[in-house]
Design a binder for this molecule. Structure first.
Ligand code: SOE
Length: 392
């Protein structure tokens, strides 16, 4: 029988909820998984989350330290707002717990470095960050094609992560504070994906950022309730409307160079009406191209310039021969929840000393993303090109 591992989830908003469902599904999707995650504890900081976690039978508490230090807890999953990651992660490492942290790992490069050094000093602990789109077979296939040098040298790259919930009626929340901007929320995924698929990070970059909506209504509701409303773009319920200044970017654009001479661009925004979760990339090589878009998540588009017919092929990636992810039969499509099950499953594999299906993002990977974010901000503030190597 598989060994069990007690999981405590910190934060029971959107991410905490998706993750809870995923841990429960691991043993069902992957019966051969050497470790069975068992939902044990929950840290909740709002009354609504506390009641919801109690309802599903967790040991819920509003005391973060108590949840982390609980001797029965083996593994901590940090699903808190960005600004709360550092404190929770450092405490979990100190307490000797395996750590899985939602992206972005931190809100500054200094925080990320400290977290990385702390976890790397304890190599027996899982050190993983939830760059979830790595767990999608289309991207596993893209990575394999690049590694196999299928189309030769990369010459141009274009990435994007656009959403549309940031309109003027969306109330203020931590996502509009200094620690919750679009670059960290969406751009971090696109930066990690570029690295995951191509193995490259920018050498030099130049960026622009914009805050279209300078102040927002302060809502009368908080926590996960706010998150739910935010997604629907509902306005504030407060009669006496107070406004709060937005401290971060609504949109970012980056131009960059890559090792080997390729050039690239990256865009992210919350203000592209009609793009609910349009995340993707186009990679152009000497002899072909690869493109992926979350809107068509189970397919990878491939263009072989040496094929005399030319034209794009739309290749189904939800197949048993691409990564060994559970699939009930080829073509029975995967979605966001399945990717989360894959992530939780692969974390268990790693803890058991087995090889994950495709590399999990480590704290070091997330630190590199944080360095890039710092470089982007610096480039825009100073209106200049910057070298990533100068941000450590
Ligand atoms: C909101 O923008 C959000 O939930 C992000 O925080 C996630 O990282 C992304 O995967 C989906 O959208």
């Amino acid at each position: 029988m598989a060994k069990t591992l007690n999981v405590s989830i910190l934060g029971y908003g959107m991410m905490g909820t998706v993750r809870a469902v995923a841990y429960e599904a691991v043993a069902r999707y992957y019966p051969s998984c050497p470790i069975k995650p068992v939902l044990y504890g929950a840290y909740t900081y709002t009354d609504g989350e506390f009641a919801a976690a109690n309802e599903v039978g967790w040991k819920a508490s509003k005391d973060l330290d108590a949840v982390i230090k609980d001797p029965e807890c083996d593994y901590v999953d940090v699903c808190l707002p960005n600004a709360m990651h550092h404190d929770a992660v450092m405490k979990a490492i100190e307490a000797g717990k395996h750590v899985f942290c939602e992206k972005p790992l931190a809100v500054s490069v200094d925080e990320a470095r400290e977290m990385m050094n702390a976890v790397e000093a304890k190599p027996n602990l899982l050190n993983a960050v939830n760059f979830i789109y790595r767990r999608c077979p289309s991207n596993v296939l893209a990575r394999q094609l690049v590694k196999a040098n299928r189309f030769g040298k990369l010459i141009e790259a274009r990435s994007f992560y656009n959403q549309s919930w940031g309109g003027p009626d969306t109330p203020y929340s931590w996502r509009f504070s200094k620690t919750g901007g679009t670059l960290g929320d969406l751009g971090s995924h696109a930066l990690d994906m570029l690295y995951y698929v191509t193995g490259m990070r920018p050498i030099e970059l130049c960026a622009m950022q914009a805050t279209h909506i300078k102040e927002r209504k302060v809502p009368s509701f908080v926590g996960s309730d706010l998150e739910a409303r935010m997604k629907r773009g509902a306005g504030s319920e407060t009669e006496d409307v107070k406004m709060q200044a937005v401290e971060t970017d609504d949109a970012t654009r980056i131009m960059y160079t890559l090792p080997g001479g390729a050039i690239g661009s990256l865009e992210c925004t919350r203000n592209a009406w009609g793009t609910e979760n349009t995340h993707g990339y186009e990679l152009y090589f000497e002899n072909g191209a690869i493109a992926w878009n979350y809107d068509d998540v189970n397919y990878l588009s491939i263009y072989d310039a040496k094929n005399p017919e030319r034209g794009w092929s739309r290749v189904l990636s939800n197949r048993g021969d691409i990564g060994s992810y559970a699939s009930f039969a080829d073509g029975h499509m995967f979605g966001y929840r399945d990717f989360t099950v894959n992530a939780c499953y692969e974390n268990m594999l790693k803890i058991a000393g087995a090889e994950e299906v495709a590399p999990i993002a480590t704290f070091r990977d997330a630190y590199d993303v944080e360095r890039t974010i710092e470089a982007v901000r610096n480039s825009w503030e100073n209106r200049c090109w910057v070298k990533l190597a100068d941000f450590t």
